[in-house]
Every structure is written in C-alpha cells, then in structure tokens.
Design a protein around this ligand. Structure first.
Ligand SMILES: [Zn+2]
Length: 334
C-alpha cells in the first residue's frame, strides 16, 4: 500500500512538471506576441488582442499552424500562406519559456508544492503553489524584456512598472522574496512586503548609482533608466540580496559575453537588459549557493590551500591568452 501511495505521489509530481513545461510553451507563444507588438508606435498594432497574423502577408494564422514549438518544425520554418521564412526566434522563445517553467517546477526554489499529508498521501501546499505562480510571471517578464531589449535597445515601462507592482503584491501575500527580518514579532505578511520593498529600493538604487557614476566617468550614458526600473522590478520579486547578486552576475556576463561579441562583430553597443535577466534567472535558483561560495567557501579555500595563490594569476594568464586568440581570430580576413 505504501508503495502504491509513493508511486502515485511520483506520478503527480511528473504530471505537474510536464504540465508546467507545456504551459510554459504556450506562455512563450504569447510572449512572442508581446515582444512583437508592445514596442510598436501605432496604438492599434500595439494591442495584444486579436488573431495572430502572418508577418509576411498579413493573413490570419490557423490554430494548428500556431502550436508552440511544434508548428515551426512541422512547417520547416516557412509560412503556409505565402512561404515566407519564419524566424527561429519564435520556437526559441517558446522553448526557453518552457525550459524555465520546467526548471521552476523541478527545483521549486521557494518550497515544495506537494507535501506528504497526515495520511501519507501528497497534498498541495497552497502558499508554495501561489509562490510558483508569481515566479512564473517573473520569468515570463524576464523573457519578454530580454527580447524587446535585443530588438529595440529599450526596456518598456509597460512591462517593468506593472512588474514592480506584481512583485510587491507577491511580497504582500505568499512572499517569494522571503522575509526581511524573520523576527517573531513582525507579522509574516509585513515582513515579506518589507523584503520586496527593500529589493525594489536596492535594485533600483544600485543601478541608479552605477548610472550616475558611469555617466560621469565615461561622459556618456552608461546605463539607461529602463535598466534602473528593470532591476527594481527584479528586486521587488526576489528581495535585495538576490538583486545585488543579479547586478554582479550581469556585469560578469556582460563583460565576458559582450566582450567576446564585440571582438567578433566589432560592435560595442550591448543592451544590458538581457544580462540582467540572465543574472536574475541564476539568482532566482542559486542566490544562497553563490553567496555561500563568495563569502564562505572562497575565502576559506584562499586561506587553507597552497594552490589558491596560484589560481588567480593562472586564471588571469589564461584569460589573457584567450583574449589574444580571440583578437587574432576576429582580425582574420574573411
Ligand atoms: Zn504569409
């Protein structure tokens, strides 16, 4: 009997995870519409309602040609109506969103959704399920902002401002950001709302400070005001410590990936939004591990291991050699 209950619990978890991935693919399909339509100047074309139309010839797309991920592969990347090429971006956004939703369902970074009940069966834990809902909205906002920033070099108020509001609402209720003080005399709802507000203030403040200092030093706009609002939104969802981790990772990713991209393509103009989104995705799942590594494991290793003193010079030398190889390859004609 116990084995049967255990197997049933496993099946429920598997259905939940597969369902999350399929739901994510559908949300990704909607995000394609958001990314395509929201930055449009014309208010009529900005509307998110109405049927999907072929970007090539404007004919309405049938539902079976609009199935997430699947349709693109069945049609081999060509529109049925006019034969126009459909960008691989569409299934990519759907796959990415499906992957993030699956990761959320598997990792459940803010508590288990299914918990053993008193009679040994698994029961749904309401607050954790609600937290998963808020996280799903959060990663969807990250994906939409990423591709809009890549397309237009803008992060839109139409996404970041409602995002801040939803993040704070998440603080008011199930508390994705976790409590700020965890003091027994502070009511839990107030504590998580304060954590969310602190995240909003620190996320926005850190970006604003970098924007001011960077603009003074480089004498041109170092970071857009859209980045300030975007990290404020990320902080409202995750809290202030993950917001700081997000900024750190974004600079790291931006330096490495953006630097390599600039070498190959010769363009230095890098939108910062995608790196913030990438940093936030890592921070969502691994803030505690990263902080532990930075402030506990790394200094301990520095003190204890004789190899530690060689690590940074060797890493620097390796980076230098890699950089030279990259530059040489970048300069090769043809
Ligand atoms: Zn067409």
């Amino acid at each position: 009997m116990a084995g049967g209950v255990w197997r049933f619990a496993q099946m429920v978890t598997a259905v939940y995870e597969v369902g999350a991935a399929l739901f994510g693919a559908c949300v990704g399909s909607f995000l394609n519409v958001v990314v395509h339509r929201l930055p449009q100047e014309d208010p009529a074309r900005r509307s998110l309602g109405g049927r999907s139309r072929c970007p090539g010839c404007g004919k309405p797309i049938r539902w079976y040609d609009n199935l997430p991920v699947l349709a693109w592969f069945l049609l081999r990347g060509r529109a049925r109506c006019c034969g126009g090429r459909i960008s691989f971006r569409y299934p990519l956004v759907e796959l990415l969103t499906a992957g993030l939703f699956l990761l959320l369902a598997v990792a459940q970074p803010f508590g288990d959704v299914f918990r053993p009940g008193p009679d040994g069966t698994s029961q749904v834990h309401g607050p954790s399920l609600a937290a998963q809902g808020f996280q799903a909205v959060f990663v969807a906002l990250l994906v939409a902002n990423t591709f809009i920033d890549i397309d237009t070099q803008l992060l839109l108020d139409a996404l970041t401002k409602p995002g801040m509001a939803i993040g704070l609402l998440g603080g008011l209720w199930p508390g994705v950001a976790g409590p700020l003080s965890a003091h027994p005399e502070v009511p839990p709802a107030l504590d998580t709302l304060l954590a969310s507000l602190a995240g909003l203030a620190v996320g926005g403040g850190v970006t604003w400070a970098i924007r001011i200092v960077g603009t003074r030093v480089f004498r041109r706009e170092a970071m857009g005001f859209g980045d300030v609002k975007f990290l404020a939104m990320i902080g409202a969802f995750l809290g202030w410590r993950p917001a700081c981790v997000t900024m750190l990772l974004a600079c790291l990713f931006g330096a490495v990936i953006g630097g390599a991209g600039a070498l190959f393509r010769g363009t230095a103009r890098i939108p910062f939004g995608p790196y913030l989104a990438l940093g936030a995705s890592v921070a969502l799942f691994a803030t505690d591990e990263l902080l532990d590594f930075l402030f506990v494991a790394w200094p301990e290793w520095q003190r204890s291991s004789p190899a530690a003193r060689w690590f940074l010079p060797v890493l620097a030398l390796f980076s230098f050699v890699a950089l030279i190889v990259l530059v040489r390859r970048g300069r090769r004609p043809g």
